[in-house]
Design a protein around this ligand. Structure first.
Ligand SMILES: Nc1ncnc2c1ncn2[C@@H]1O[C@H](COP(=O)(O)OP(=O)(O)O)[C@@H](O)[C@H]1O
Ligand SMILES: [Mg+2]
Length: 357
């Protein structure tokens, strides 16, 4: 178990800077997920921690020791890649033994470690099989096993589930979560999948274009997004955005007028142009004439079992609402809705920053 610190860590390829001086502290035993769209610098950051890429600027520490110039094999980290390249001609056991070779352990220690990890990962029956005789999920478990036998202080995962089908992904995700609880290792895990991030992470680091946009618990990034990018990146379907302005104690938009919720008073200024963010389940059915009630045309109803998604239109504004399917309207029906004042997010239109940030 080791902590990890990044101080102003920067990566340049030639003239092009792709990671712009990020700061991040990961505690011992913490499970931190780097989350962001493709190309935002997640893999590059992880590879710098692993020592597979040089740090162009800044300071990287593992376990309190600066490791900028320490070789990958001496950093106490193990990495599991998206493409879990197992040696095809070796059995599961031999694949794991091979990973231990640099450590020059005696035979009984090697045997013991492999037996222990095989038990944790449920690979006991599979030790003599070749990778071609394993399912995708089993292969991924072997890849994890191969990293784990080295008993690293830090695990690095780069999109380890992305080559698995949906059902296996859920299952292996579950196993990784259990594994973390059992091993109590520090984990830095990269994904573009918000469900993986939300379910696994103690803390999520949201990246965009080589910058960190927000670091927080899953509850923080979902409930208190710092800016519009985070607000719309987390949550599915994405948060709706409605332009409005502050007029006295009201929020006034083209098709909307509602009281400014008390928690925003003093956080906004008269006349400020804002963006109201509202998640689909927080668009509620309303009594006609209730504060903030507006009528909306239901254009599409998408039945999902427990819930239904509604594409609704208020004037020129299109929104997605989520309702219990037992209460779903029909297409072309006009309904009255209001935005739940408890669930509103308000950000400055120009900066995109939450007015509460
Ligand atoms: N070896 C490289 N040379 C030049 N640019 C690179 C190299 N590796 C990655 N990049 C660029 O760095 C940026 C971040 O890439 P990456 O870390 O792989 O993103 P992510 O893992 O978030 O999808 C991308 O714009 C990518 O094109
Ligand atoms: Mg990547």
């Amino acid at each position: 178990m080791s902590s990890i610190q990044l101080r102003n860590v920067t990566k340049r390829y030639g003239q092009t800077e792709v990671v712009h001086g990020i700061d991040l502290e990961i505690a011992e035993r913490e499970f931190v997920v780097l989350l962001g769209p493709s190309g935002c610098g997640k893999t590059t950051t992880l590879r710098m921690v692993a020592g597979l890429e040089d740090v162009s600027d800044g300071e990287l520490s593992i376990g309190g020791r600066i490791v900028n110039d320490v070789a990958p094999k001496d950093r106490g980290v193990a990495m599991v890649f998206q493409n879990y390249a197992l040696y095809p001609h070796m059995s599961v056991r031999q694949n794991m033994e091979f990973a231990l070779r640099p450590q020059k352990l005696d035979r009984s220690e090697v045997k013991q470690r492999i037996a222990r990890i095989a038990e944790i990962l449920g690979l006991g029956e599979l030790l003599d099989r070749k990778p071609s005789q394993l399912s995708g999920g089993q292969r991924q478990r072997v890849a994890m096993g191969r990293a784990m036998v080295r008993t690293p202080d830090v695990f690095l995962f780069d999109e380890p589930l992305s080559n698995l089908d949906a059902k296996l992904r859920t299952q292996v995700r579950w196993e990784i979560g259990k594994l973390h609880k059992r091993l109590e290792t520090t984990i830095l895990y990269v994904t573009h999948d918000q469900v993986e991030a939300m379910t696994l992470a103690d803390r999520i680091v949201i990246m965009r274009d080589g910058h960190i946009e927000q670091t927080g618990t899953p509850e923080d990034v979902f409930g208190k997004p710092r800016n519009i990018f985070v607000a719309t990146f987390i949550g599915s379907p994405a948060m709706n955005l409605v332009p409005a302005a502050v007029r006295g104690s009201q929020l006034v938009g083209e098709f909307l007028e509602m009281a400014l919720p008390a928690r925003f008073s003093g956080k906004v200024t008269e006349g400020q142009e804002v963006t109201i963010g509202i998640r689909p389940p927080d668009i509620l059915p309303a009594e006609e004439g209730a504060d903030g009630a507006v009528s909306a045309l239901v254009e599409v109803v998408e039945y999902l079992g427990n819930e239904a998604l509604l594409d609704i239109r208020i004037g020129s504004q299109e929104l997605i609402a989520e309702v219990p399917s037992s209460r779903r309207p029909v297409e072309d029906e006009t309904i009255d809705v209001r935005l739940d004042p408890e669930a509103l997010h308000i950000s400055d239109r120009e900066t995109g920053l939450s007015v509460l940030a």
